[in-house]
Ligand binder design. Structure first.
Ligand code: ADP
Ligand code: MG
Ligand code: MG
Length: 905
């Protein structure tokens, strides 16, 4: 029979699927002998059962009773007891930590009777009533779904009446009154009194956790983080310990290293005489961990020991929640902590140097996405700027945008294409949509472990928290600071590293990591004066070098000009995987192509083409010079004709106007001829029309021109002592026969140039695989192709039948919302469908030509998850935009260590 409920002492950290992250790590801490209040975990399986049938399986109730009795026996207190009542916390905990799920309910088990026994038993009346009011408040909000403002308004009113500012200053008598008022709110809002039976409180809280799996916020978060909807959450029920038992008690959050800078050395916030979420909520300002050392050296020492043990055990940065009850330390949570991109790199190499992990493991701990963040520009220190406040830099980055105070306006602004900074006094899980929409987050309250800080770090989003000089008036939609008043929509700039806030726009410069990528490690550290950044650059250098050593995939770039190619090479590109030659025909040269299209006969066309030849040779000389010695794949002209011709409507209007005005002349005649050509070539679906190899075969001379230009460029560069390595690539092949024709023509031209110049021209000729038919007949195409390059953009369009430009705005949002798609297949390769065609293409191609070189060009070549797929599929290289090259290098290395391929080659 399925067991739905497990004592903490029965589990371990590998059971995250079943026990959730929190439950599994609590169990692990118990196993390590750390002081954890006893409790049990109700499994995700129970949640899934609940979600399927809509009610808690009856077995769960029975098992909860049994495990509750175990907990009662362990600590010698009983739920609902009139002398020594057991109180519980009920906490949600999914496999992946998930803001947006039900928040923890503390002090479950208190009612009108047990509140008195608790007071007597703890010898502290104020404490008991404070605990009771917290229970009603949390239970009311999270289990009964009552708007939390009803409670906070009452609390505020009582503070005003009592003439105090902090809730700790309210006396027992005040709190009794607060409790009475809170109970009325519950009765008024739900129609029933606050549940007095402790066990009923437990059961209701458990069910509420299960239910919270499917709230709007939780779904939104899962979609964004691509967490499956059917995992379900576990529930942890645990004996309470009390941080609100006076000045020798308190609660805190700590990290074994600084999660924002990666600085080694402990880091944390502590709040005396407080419970639960007080620290994270930023209600009162917290003390640093060092203050705890002074207040309670013994508890501090014990905490430090526990931190060290956890870090050694997990061999990573741990994030810990703890409570001190009258001088005794209790561990309430741990997990491998989220960190900023910079911290990830620094911590990974620190742990290597401390001999806690290997270089391969270090590579597993950093991601291409994090590296990408480190490449973003930073604020220019020398730029003119108006400094208005400084808070804590909680998540680095440089963000500039218009101020928004709530979700609706943040989302609206972002949807109209404007950057936005979400500004709040403090954030809570309700603010998630606004945070997602924002380029950066700014709060006036809270520390580095506040909700805003933690969530922003998780998203890799710039955040400044606790900028206390700011008076954030959400109701009036303004921020007041010094003599400034900032309104909704006004531009501000925030620096998530230094915590600075500026009024207006601030210009940006290259980040030090970007300087490293393009100029090398020495050049980058030479002009750095702070140790922290130097350490970061060196960490990136070590990890990227290691990735380069272990990776199997080569990394090329997509570049069309000599300049782009140089940029790509500076970033470590090992060749060009795709040069889109059509980009060379746009702009000024467009009229030359027009002449090719309009030519009345072969002579006229040849003349027009001949004029283009020197220019094409020049293009290829630039490109091949920048890529000297490295493979350079040049794709023959690809897009539909209409992209080179004027717009049909524009032309029709121009011609009609000229006719009406009776205008004549050369210009008018040309337009008339053009209009005719445009009409003649007009296609209702150009994406599936005359383009790629089809255009090359239909208008002879176009491909020939390009092939000749490549050959001539090679000859000239060789004469200069250079080593050009072009590869000719034919687009949109669907049938081997197409390639046979182009290849024959190309070989003739190469032979001709060879004969004239006396140079051997063994230029590889290959093709794109970007139509399903090409993948399915790859065994035949490989007879003719020297290499394959998977054009996964078009392959995605043609496999799904999606026209990218049309579908992305038309219905992708809907498809993402209803789960048909979890991410755009244009962003991350659709492994199941498009990926299958890639695999078939490689397999069939190599069945004809073992070892056939195969790469991928298209945006997927720079996407981490897709890169891992291409590595596993056995491709030889990926090609991506020059900016993504470092990311692709790192991910290609990670693909190897994550699949344990190291050393198997
Ligand atoms: P989250 O998932 O938001 O971190 P937790 O379940 O960790 O929520 O609960 C939040 C806070 O509630 C904890 O950090 C701790 O301060 C408090 N808490 C939870 N369980 C207990 C307990 N058994 N005794 C005392 N405090 C608790
Ligand atoms: Mg927690
Ligand atoms: Mg294509």
């Amino acid at each position: 029979m399925t067991q739905y409920v497990h004592m903490f002492s029965d589990g371990d950290r590998d059971q995250k699927d079943l026990l959730g992250g929190k439950g599994a790590n609590l169990a692990e801490m118990v196993k390590l002998g750390l002081p954890v209040p006893p409790g049990f975990t109700i499994t995700t399986e129970a949640c899934r059962a609940y979600l399927t049938v809509g009610k808690v399986p009856p077995e769960v109730r029975v098992e909860v009773t049994q495990r509750l009795r175990d907990v009662e026996d362990l600590i010698g207190r009983t739920l609902g007891d009139s002398e020594e009542p057991l109180l519980l916390s009920v906490r949600s905990g999914a496999k992946f930590s998930m803001p947006g799920m039900m928040e923890t309910v503390l002090n479950v088990g208190l009612n009108d009777d047990t509140v008195h026994s608790l007071a007597a038993f703890a010898g502290d009346e104020r404490f008991a009533w404070d605990s009771y009011r917290r229970l009603i408040q949390m239970f009311g909000k999270t289990v009964l779904d009552i708007d939390s403002e009803h409670f906070s308004d009452i609390l505020e009113a009582h503070k005003v009446a009592a003439g105090v500012t902090a809730d700790v200053e309210l006396s027992a008598d005040h709190l009794k009154q607060v409790v009475a008022d809170f109970k009325q709110v519950v009765e008024r809002e739900t129609g029933s009194p606050f549940p007095q039976t402790p066990r009923r409180q437990v059961d209701m809280a458990i069910e509420a956790v299960f239910r919270s799996w499917n709230t709007e916020r939780a779904r939104l978060y899962r979609r964004r983080e691509r967490i499956a909807d059917d995992l379900g959450t576990a529930v942890n029920v645990q004996a309470m310990v009390f941080g609100n038992l006076g000045e020798t008690s308190g609660t805190g959050v700590c990290f074994t290293r600084d999660p924002s800078s990666g600085h080694s050395g402990v880091y944390g916030d502590y709040l005396p005489n407080a419970q639960g979420e007080d620290v994270v909520a930023g209600i009162r300002n917290t003390l640093a961990l060092t203050d705890l050392q002074e207040r309670d050296p013994a508890a501090y020492k014990e905490l430090r020991t526990a931190m060290r043990r956890l870090e050694t055990h997990y061999r990573d940065l741990c994030d810990i929640e703890f409570t001190i009850e009258r001088g005794t330390l209790w561990m309430l949570q741990t997990r491998v902590g989220k960190r900023t991109a910079g911290a990830a790199f620094r911590i990974a190499t620190q742990l290597v140097d401390e001999q806690l992990i290997t270089m391969n493991e270090a590579l597993e701990r950093v991601t291409g996405e994090q590296l990408g963040q480190l490449l973003f520009p930073q604020f220019d220190k020398d730029a003119e700027r108006i400094h208005i406040a400084t808070g804590m830099g909680a998540s680095p980055g440089a963000a500039v945008g218009g101020v928004a105070f709530d979700n609706a306006s943040a989302v609206a602004r972002q949807e109209s294409g404007l950057p936005v900074i979400l500004v709040r006094r403090e954030t809570s899980p309700e603010d998630l949509p606004g945070m997602i929409a924002a380029a950066g987050v700014l709060t006036a309250r809270g520390g580095k472990t506040s909700h805003a800080a933690v969530v922003a770090r998780g998203m890799g989003k710039c955040a400044v928290v606790g900028a206390e000089d700011l008076v954030v008036d959400v109701a009036a939609k303004e921020i007041r600071v010094g003599e400034h008043v900032i309104h909704e929509g006004d531009t501000i700039a925030i620096d998530g590293k230094t915590g600075e806030v500026f009024l207006g726009d601030v210009s940006v410069v290259d980040s030090p990591v970007m300087t490293y990528i393009s100029e090398g490690v020495e050049a980058a550290v030479a002009h750095l004066d702070d140790e922290e950044t130097r350490e970061l650059v060196e960490a990136v250098h070590r990890l990227l070098t290691h990735a380069d050593e272990v990776r199997r995939l080569r990394v090329r770039a997509n570049a069309d000009t000599g300049e782009d190619a140089q940029r790509a090479r500076d970033r470590g590109a090992e060749g060009i995987g795709l040069c889109r030659t059509e980009h060379q025909f746009l702009g000024e040269r467009r009229t030359q192509i027009e002449r090719v299209v309009l030519a009345k006969d072969d002579t006229e066309r040849d003349a027009a083409l001949a004029e283009l030849l020197p220019e094409q040779i020049g293009d290829f000389i630039d490109l091949l010079t920048a890529m000297d010695g490295l493979p350079t794949t040049i794709r023959l002209i690809d897009p539909p004709l209409h992209e080179f011709l004027p717009d049909l409507t524009d032309l029709s209007v121009a011609v009609a106007l000229a006719d009406e005005r009776g205008e004549t002349g050369e210009e008018v005649e040309r337009n008339r001829a053009l209009l005719e050509a445009v009409r003649a070539t007009h296609e209702s679906n150009p994406m599936l029309g005359l383009r790629g190899v089809r255009l090359g075969l239909k208008i002879p001379g176009l491909f020939a021109l390009q092939i000749r230009a490549i050959a001539e460029a090679v000859v000239r560069l060789r004469a200069e002592g250079k080593d050009p390595q072009p590869e000719i690539m034919v687009p949109l092949i669907g049938s081997n026969r197409e390639l046979v024709i182009v290849r024959r023509q190309a070989e003739e031209i190469l032979a001709e140039v060879s004969e004239v110049t006396g140079q051997t021209l063994d230029i590889p000729i290959g093709c794109m695989i970007e139509l399903p038919r090409a993948a399915l007949t790859a065994n035949r195409i490989a007879q003719t192709a020297d290499f394959f390059s998977f054009g996964t953009n078009d392959l995605t369009q043609t496999t799904w039948g999606f026209s990218r430009d049309d579908v992305e705005t038309a219905f992708f949002p809907k498809y993402l919302e209803n789960g048909v798609l979890t991410i755009s297949p244009f962003e991350t390769l659709d492994a199941l469908g498009v990926g299958e065609l890639v695999k078939i293409g490689i397999e069939k191609g190599r069945s004809t030509k073992p070892g056939l070189k195969a790469g991928v060009c298209g945006e997927h070549g720079g996407d981490p998850e897709s890169i891992h797929f291409f590595n596993a599929a056995g491709l030889d290289y990926v090609s991506c935009s020059p900016f993504r090259v470092p990311v692709a290098r790192l991910e290609a290395g990670r693909a190897v260590v994550l699949t344990d391929e190291v050393g198997t080659r």
